[in-house]
Design a protein around this ligand. Structure first.
Ligand SMILES: O=C(O)CCC(=O)C(=O)O
Ligand SMILES: [Fe+2]
Length: 320
């Protein structure tokens, strides 16, 4: 009995191969990850809160939202963290789900060796809602701080790992993912430097002192203090015969021949996991209402050694 309890305390939610695939930029799909009793409760909760006008238009479909009115037929709607933690609706179902996701976050931090602080601020959690006719164009969930303008480095954390859990069974609305094929290295971030592109099959990172580099080579030195003009860098590297697919600004500029596109059918309880920086994805046109819970685990920007609590409450140190 004691042996069983010890084993249970260390049972993993996902096997190591799954975490390895995520680290290499693949998309992981786990059916029936969340029990139907919980997805049913969350779906009902989302419906009650939607009825109570807790959702907001959250497009991406058109970038200049301020200049345009909300169009339920084309814009996705979300209910973000603040409302998620409110005392309205089915608080118990949301608390149970948060517990599950918190355990996943602790396991992800250990397995990916990413520095996920466990406070609420370092985590985003939303209800995600599409009416028939809505879609979400191809995009990436996170970008290098240098490319976000003046506010780029303002926050202490960045999105690191995207997770999605579907709550119903809509017609259409597949998640189309474009993971890079034949990747053997860890992607996304390296020693705190974020990935901005690909050189052949290798991830290209942009570092404050190291410039543009792959795990095995420097591609371009960076002048101290300068914000790199990545389009210029791309042209320069191409003129030297060095391929550089820039993912940071325009996911459409990526060479599609190196991608393996595939669709995930949203089904209740299915979990999808992928790196937030390197996997372009889109939601195809939805033909009947589509409901999901989605979020991002954040990693710390600039603090390589931070003590974390794992899900057994044991303090340990994660080295990035
Ligand atoms: O709803 C989905 O399946 C994906 C949502 C998404 O890509 C996002 O919110 O960034
Ligand atoms: Fe996304």
């Amino acid at each position: 009995m004691l042996v069983f309890l010890v084993a249970a305390a260390h049972a993993k939610m996902l096997p190591s191969e799954v975490w390895h695939a995520v680290a290499c930029g693949q998309v992981v799909v786990r059916e029936a990850f969340v029990p139907s009793s919980l997805t049913d409760a969350l779906r009902r909760d989302a419906e009650v809160l939607h009825e109570a006008h807790a959702f907001r238009a959250d497009g991406l479909y058109r970038t200049d939202q301020s200049a345009q009115g909300f169009d339920a037929a084309r814009d996705r709607q979300t209910m973000r963290d603040v409302d998620w933690r409110s005392d309205r609706g089915d608080v118990d179902a949301r608390r149970r789900f948060s517990g599950l996701i918190q355990s996943l976050r602790a396991e992800a931090s250990r397995e990916l060796r990413r520095n996920f602080p466990l406070e609420n601020e370092a985590h985003e959690l939303t209800y995600n809602w599409y009416e028939a006719g809505a879609a979400l164009p191809r995009h990436l969930d996170e970008h290098h701080e240098d490319l976000k303008g003046r506010t780029g480095w303002a926050l202490p954390t960045r999105r690191s790992l995207t997770w999605l859990v579907y709550l119903n069974d809509p017609r259409g609305g597949e998640l189309r993912c474009y993971p890079r094929r034949d990747v053997r290295d860890d992607v996304g971030a390296r020693d705190g430097d974020l990935q901005v592109g690909w050189h052949e099959d290798a991830p290209v990172f942009l570092g404050a002192s190291k410039g543009l580099y792959t795990p095995s080579a420097t591609l371009l030195q960076r002048a101290p203090g300068s914000v790199p003009e990545l389009d210029d860098a791309k042209r320069h590297l191409r003129s030297l015969g060095l391929g550089f697919d820039l993912i940071a600004r325009d996911p459409d500029a990526i060479e599609r021949r190196r991608e393996d596109a595939f669709d995930v059918a949203p089904r209740p309880g299915t979990l999808v996991l992928f790196d937030s920086v390197v996997v372009p994805h889109e939601v195809l046109r939805v033909e009947s209402r589509r409901q999901a819970v989605t979020g991002w685990f954040h990693e710390r920007l600039d603090d390589p050694l931070v003590p974390l609590l794992d899900d057994d409450g044991v303090e340990h140190v994660v080295q990035t």
